[in-house]
Design a binder for this molecule. Structure first.
Ligand code: SF4
Length: 704
């Protein structure tokens, strides 16, 4: 493609904050800067967005690669040969083992166009719902919580609420490091207005907690108890909205009964915090005009992630803190386009437009729209991420297709996951980089274009859709993910369904399929997004430019998407962490991210500045625990769980609770030996969201 001469508006492809970027041509290269016109980020970027271009140059995968067996070296092959091999295998597996022996594991790094064409191929043409994405490890508990409480997915808030709240309740989110630009906006508001309160709930004293008015360092796994404890006090002190509860909610009487069992002295003891701190938190909630709660992986990555998020939402229902400026429950998305993935049906129980595979009307709508025979889409939810591992173990999967993600680092119980990958008779790995940890398990490797090399849209945490335009050519023969899926569809004989002129045509078709649905994109197009900038959904066809530009909140009329139009209280007790500590495994290990790195380092591990910032993994331990083990700062230890062992140096810090340890999750075997956090974690998952409890497992620490 010919290089642009004017700045090109784009979007940071790292996290769900979704900051606008501009690529400014400078001779033969580009300078990346924040886009001041982007409403979400207003020109701000963190170190990842600022250095993104550096990651585009190293270790790029440029040609398809093939090998018969995993112990052989790869050979470069043509696209024609690669697609032929893939299509022949798809046809053979479908014929010999059935469509459900085919699995695709995709990514919140996909643009919406990639997601959409993948759904059409896998769920529509091939007739299996075995498409899941790394969002399963990230946001699926938020999805099922919104569904359970409001009747539809979709965060109700927008980023303008960060500057309209007078009490921000941050639970299970280290926002300062993991969603830094959201935090900048909130922190600036907090600094400017002394009455604004910031409450942070986290077992670690993170940089987020450092600046809070109140830090509740609860025991891991006691989030539900804390929420019920706050609810108990709000009710007792009369801080509830009787009119909202009466007119707009369901299940209040049962909720009140449940809260009776959460007196403050019991809750404080259970959570490991002072009763006065619990009461202060409830006081801040009760006295605020607008309460905004933010959450992320500390809530979602749990064996009771759905219940945790719903019990947090309960507090908003109790106090009527929803649908108004500055208030509401707000999940912060991990991946840049996990939201777009949900909209496009990119989880194994979903179809495009927030539809569900188990709903006959939804299946028919999609079949009719795609021109497929009724009954073509399976009525069974497909395999979730971990169920794919279990399917590989049982020999039920004949083709495993992984795209734009690195499960050989990010899956829980990594040794078991890797052993399952080795059993796959045919693994396709579609990515932008080589080598990666997951590439070691692949037979066929397909080179994918990535950010800056392909045009498409992504939706950020506040439901804002940004067009990211290509401004450079991909390396070698790399192609956009959606183009690869479309080519496979055509070669399978579905040419008519994949006859897209470009990414704009893909998006136009997807947007049409969302008309009238909660996530209505039908008023959006590449052309309109280019002309007006990033816009939020719902954006129905026919809305004016001013309407399209206006900030949007959901449920402003307090009518919800449930069958009865009411929001539903969740009446559940906590079961605590799935793997409690005992005499042998006496510590609770929690995992998380660092400011500079992104997930498994596929990009950030290749950026010198970020490598310098976070060169090595480490284990955070409290001074009391270190003293009991006769350890000094920097000593190496072995950390063991029932599943695996890792070795790393300790960092003694008061920022972690005694009895709790922290290890960053970024290191796979390519970047550090024997330091993979997920060797230790377990796959026990929330029964509703199927999101594994990556945030807590029981371990022991042995000095080396
Ligand atoms: Fe990118 Fe997230 Fe940083 Fe914004 S906050 S620049 S989206 S990584």
């Amino acid at each position: 493609m010919s290089p642009p001469t004017e700045p090109v508006a784009s979007l940071c492809p790292y996290c769900g904050v979704g900051c606008g970027l501009e690529a400014v041509p400078q001779g033969t290269t580009f300078k990346i800067r924040g886009d001041r016109q982007h409403p979400s980020s207003q020109g701000m970027v963190c170190v990842k967005g600022a250095t993104i271009l550096e990651s585009m140059e190293r270790d790029r995968l440029a040609y398809p690669l093939w090998r018969e067996r995993l112990d052989q070296p790869f050979t470069v092959i043509s696209w024609d040969e690669a697609i032929t091999r893939l299509v022949q295998r798809l046809q053979w597996v479908r014929r010999e083992q059935g469509a459900d022996a085919i699995c695709m594991y995709g990514s919140g790094q996909f643009q919406t166009e990639d997601y959409y064409v993948a759904q059409k191929l896998i769920k529509g043409c091939l007739g299996t719902n075995n498409f899941d994405a790394n969002s399963r490890l990230c946001m699926s508990s938020a999805v099922s919580a919104y569904m359970g409480s409001f009747g539809a997915d979709g965060p109700p808030c927008c980023y303008d609420d960060l500057e309209a709240t007078d009490c921000a309740f941050l639970i299970g989110t280290n926002t300062a490091e993991c969603h830094p630009i959201v935090f900048n906006r909130l922190r600036n508001h907090h600094k400017r207005h002394r009455h604004v309160k910031l409450i942070v709930v986290d077992p670690r004293r993170t940089p987020t907690a450092e600046v809070a008015d109140l830090h509740l360092a609860i025991h891991p796994g006691t989030d539900i108890d804390l929420c019920h404890g706050i609810g108990h006090l709000l009710l007792k002190w009369g801080h509830f909205d009787a009119e909202f509860i009466e007119e707009c909610t369901h299940g209040f009487a049962d909720y009140v009964k449940l809260l009776e069992g959460y007196p403050p002295e019991w809750v404080a003891d259970r959570c490991g915090i002072a009763q006065s701190d619990l009461e202060q938190a409830a006081r801040y909630w009760g006295h605020a005009q607008a309460v905004l709660s933010l959450w992320s992986m500390g809530i979602n990555q749990s064996a009771e992630g759905t219940a945790k998020a719903r019990c947090l939402i309960n507090l908003h229902l109790l106090t009527g803190q929803i649908g108004r400026p500055g208030s509401g429950p707000f999940s912060l998305t991990g991946q840049p386009n996990a939201m777009g993935g949900r909209e496009a049906g990119g989880l194994s129980h979903l179809l495009p437009g927030y539809r569900h595979v188990t709903n006959p009307r939804h299946r028919q709508e999609v079949e009719d729209f795609w021109g497929l025979p009724r009954g073509q889409i399976s009525d069974r939810p497909g395999r979730t991420a971990w169920q794919m591992v279990e399917g590989l173990e049982r020999g039920e999967i004949g083709l495993f297709w992984i795209a734009a993600t690195n499960p050989a680092v990010s899956f829980p119980h990594l040794e078991r996951a890797k052993a399952a990958f080795l059993k796959s008779p045919f693994t396709v790995y579609q990515d932008a980089y080589f080598p990666t940890e997951t590439a070691a398990y692949a037979h066929l490797i397909l080179p994918a274009a990535q950010w800056s090399e392909k045009t498409g849209v992504m939706t950020n945490s506040e439901r804002r859709v940004t067009l990211a335009r290509a401004f450079r050519s991909p390396p070698g023969l790399a192609r956009a993910d959606w183009e690869i899926f479309a080519e496979v569809g055509r070669r399978l004989g579905y040419g008519r369904l994949f006859d897209f002129a470009d990414a704009a045509a893909v998006y136009a078709e997807f947007a049409q399929l969302t008309a009238g649905r909660p996530c209505d994109h039908s008023g959006l197009s590449h052309e309109r997004l280019a002309r007006l900038g990033a816009l939020q959904w719902p954006c129905p066809a026919g809305c004016s430019d001013d309407e399209a530009r206006a900030p949007k909140r959901l449920y402003t009329d307090w009518r919800f998407a449930t069958a009865d139009g009411r929001a539903h209280f969740c009446v559940e007790h906590s079961h605590g962490v799935a793997e409690p500590t005992d005499a042998v495994y006496a510590f609770t290990l929690t995992t998380g991210r660092l400011y500079g790195h992104w997930h498994t380092q596929t990009r950030t591990g290749r950026i010198a500045k970020i490598q310098k910032m976070h060169p090595d993994p480490f284990l955070e331990i409290h001074p009391t625990d270190a003293a009991n083990l006769h350890l000094n700062d920097g000593d190496w230890v072995e950390v063991r769980s029932r599943r695996g062992v890792i070795c790393l140096p300790i960092m003694i810090t008061r920022s972690i609770r005694p009895g709790t340890l922290f290890v960053p999750m970024h290191w796979g075997f390519l970047f550090a030996e024997r330091a993979e956090a997920n060797q230790l974690t377990h796959p026990t998952a929330c029964p509703k969201s199927h999101q594994p409890e990556l945030k807590a497992c029981a371990v022991q620490v042995l000095p080396l």
